[in-house]
Design a protein around this ligand. Structure first.
Ligand code: MN
Length: 193
């Protein structure tokens, strides 16, 4: 046998917290999300009060190769900025023609997706539900639960890369706001085409 062998990697993820004792997560606080929320006044007021942790996720250090599969968990904490639910920054993949799968472990949320042509897709996360993010779609996790964190496990091609800049500059076309009965999806007043 001449096949090179590499060891299998076992990583433990907690089903409720999403956290792994084996790695250090990357953390995004409110101060890392300047300009991303629609209500600027509410953002500044909340930041003055406390620079809360909005989400964290794992970069498992998988080689950036087409033959590899990057994976990890994403944990988005409950809360709102004004009426807008806590969310991740969101991104396109640098290699636009790559997809991703998210499996909801716990919590309740939404995956907001849009492609460069302006098609918008929204899928709900409930535990046990997998969301397939098609190639070419930017994606953002949004926690719509009043208290519980939204925990997902994700996997994508190792060479996909991350383009955060496009969303940082333009935003998503739609935003998700809290209502008395749940949530509503509305046009993003700050979107720049
Ligand atoms: Mn992605």
């Amino acid at each position: 046998m001449t096949h090179p062998t590499r060891p299998a990697v076992l990583t433990k993820f907690d089903l409720v917290t999403g956290l792994s004792p084996d790695r250090e997560p990357l953390r995004r606080k409110l101060s890392n999300m300047r300009g991303m929320f629609s209500d600027e006044a509410a953002y500044e007021a909340q930041l003055q009060k406390e620079d809360v942790l909005l989400y964290e996720f794992y970069d498992m250090g998988v080689p950036a190769l087409e033959t590899e599969t990057a994976y990890g968990t994403s944990i988005t904490y409950a809360g709102k900025v004004g009426r807008e639910f806590n969310m991740t920054k969101g991104h396109f993949h640098e290699r636009l023609e790559t997809s991703e799968i998210y499996f909801c472990l716990s919590g309740n949320g939404l995956m907001l997706m849009e492609n460069p042509e302006g098609d918008v897709q929204i899928a709900e996360f409930t535990p046990g539900q997998a969301v397939y993010v098609p190639a070419r779609y930017a994606h953002r996790s949004i926690n719509i639960h009043p208290t519980d964190p939204l925990i997902t496990f994700f996997a994508f091609p190792g060479d996909a890369g991350h383009d955060y800049g496009t969303i940082e500059t333009k935003g998503f076309r739609k935003i998700v706001l809290a209502t008395d009965s749940g949530y509503e999806v509305v046009d993003n007043p700050k979107w720049r085409g």
